[in-house]
Design a binder for this molecule. Structure first.
Ligand code: GLA
Length: 390
């Protein structure tokens, strides 16, 4: 388990002082997330249900008023990057600095006064593991600038600006889930989010109290959303909505799915995408009502259904993710599924506390037998959303 953000705030502030010669104005933290259910629904205006991880991006930041933006990361070798807030150009930067710089660009482009900053970042969110390390970087910088420049923006507004930074400045066509999760999640809760209007409900999610655990299995297979497959799925969904004459696939009612699929005729590719999105929205609603009625164990099979739909219809899984799910379920898990964008990254496993050692061992052995890189397994407990820590 990573050290708490509050505990690392001191050392991040010290490093800031070494780099920039003065103590930072403050230190902020923003978490990565796992998504319990609701995958590839966010860019279809649908439902998602993420919760925050204890792993965070921590940023020590000072305000500047001379137009200079200086960026440094403890996680990447290299000197302080020096930019100017006027000189930020979308899609001009292929390095990590595009995330924080993109946030400054998006805030300014939306008319907010941001006149420069010194930033030092350190993140414990594993990169490329489908756990929203990029969103954590964006949100922590957005929150710091929101405070330092007195912008008065709410969490969901910061999330929208961070998404814009990633879509336009970084050039990755992601939805709104990850940024909203990082900005708005609450400790002990999963966030039931309607991605159309960002209305939210915090759903208590305390598995330990009921004798269960949620494991995250990082397959160590690196994914990259900019690499095209994500964009292709998104374009396919948009095509489906256009063919069906709706604004977004969210507008196809679950009860009318069969009729909609019929109308899509021989557009087999689109039919599969539509079927995933419409059934996935229904699964999110089912999970919410099971959790709210205290029937937590019953969400297990819904997670497995969701995985099958992502594997067979949406086709964003990979052999390593399928192996986690298969092995976990056959060795006694209540449920399991891939989480995040897919093509690698992580899976989640819901299990009775007493079954955790058996399941973990089974997954590790199955990976070894298949010749896959050993997975990283850790327990996830819903943690706090973005906040100032110093
Ligand atoms: C990535 C994106 C999100 C979402 C998921 C899939 O994490 O950043 O916006 O689309 O994939 O649910």
């Amino acid at each position: 388990m990573s050290e708490s953000s509050e505990a690392v705030a001191g050392s991040v502030a010290e490093r800031f002082e070494e780099l920039y010669g003065a103590a930072p104005d403050g230190v902020w933290a923003a978490p990565g997330r796992v998504n319990l259910i609701g995958e590839h629904t966010d860019y279809n205006d649908g439902f998602v249900m993420p919760f925050a991880l204890p792993h965070t991006a921590v940023a020590a930041v000072s305000r500047r008023d001379d137009g200079v933006l200086r960026l440094h990361s403890a996680d990447v070798d290299g000197p302080v990057a020096e930019l100017t807030v006027d000189g930020l150009v979308p899609e001009s930067d292929k390095r990590w600095t595009a995330y924080p710089a993109g946030v400054v660009w998006a805030l300014r482009e939306a008319g907010h006064t941001v006149t420069g900053a010194d930033v030092h970042l350190a993140s414990s969110v594993p990169a490329g593991a489908g756990l929203s390390s990029s969103a954590a970087l964006e949100v922590v910088v957005a929150l710091a600038l929101n405070d330092l420049f007195g912008l008065g923006l709410r969490g969901w507004q910061l999330a929208r600006l961070c998404q814009r930074a990633e879509n336009v400045y970084v050039g990755a066509p992601v939805g709104i889930m990850d940024q909203t999760a990082s900005a708005c999640c609450e400790i002990g809760h999963a966030l039931f989010l309607d991605t159309r209007d960002l209305s939210q409900r915090q759903i208590p999610f305390d598995l330990a109290a009921e004798g269960m655990r949620l494991l995250v299995v990082d397959t160590q297979v690196k994914h990259s959303h900019s690499e095209g497959e994500y964009g292709k799925r998104r374009a396919g969904c948009e095509k489906g909505a256009a063919l069906l004459g709706v604004d977004a696939l969210r507008d196809v009612p679950y009860e009318e799915l069969d009729a909609a699929l019929e109308r899509l005729g021989d557009e087999e590719e689109v039919r599969r995408l539509v079927r995933h999105v419409v059934t996935e929205d229904e699964r999110v609603e089912r999970v919410v009502s099971l959790l709210e009625s205290g029937d937590t164990r019953a969400i297990g099979p819904v997670l497995v259904e969701g995985h099958a739909s992502l594997r067979d219809d949406f086709r964003v899984s990979c052999p390593e993710l399928d192996l986690v799910v298969e092995t976990a379920v056959t060795s006694g898990a209540l449920g399991a599924r891939m989480t995040g964008g897919g093509f690698g990254g992580s899976a989640i496993v819901l299990a009775e506390e007493t079954d955790v050692p058996t399941i973990t061992k089974a997954v590790e052995e199955a990976f070894a037998a298949a010749g896959f890189t050993a997975p990283r397994v850790f327990e996830a407990v819903p943690a706090a959303g973005a906040r100032r820590v110093r």
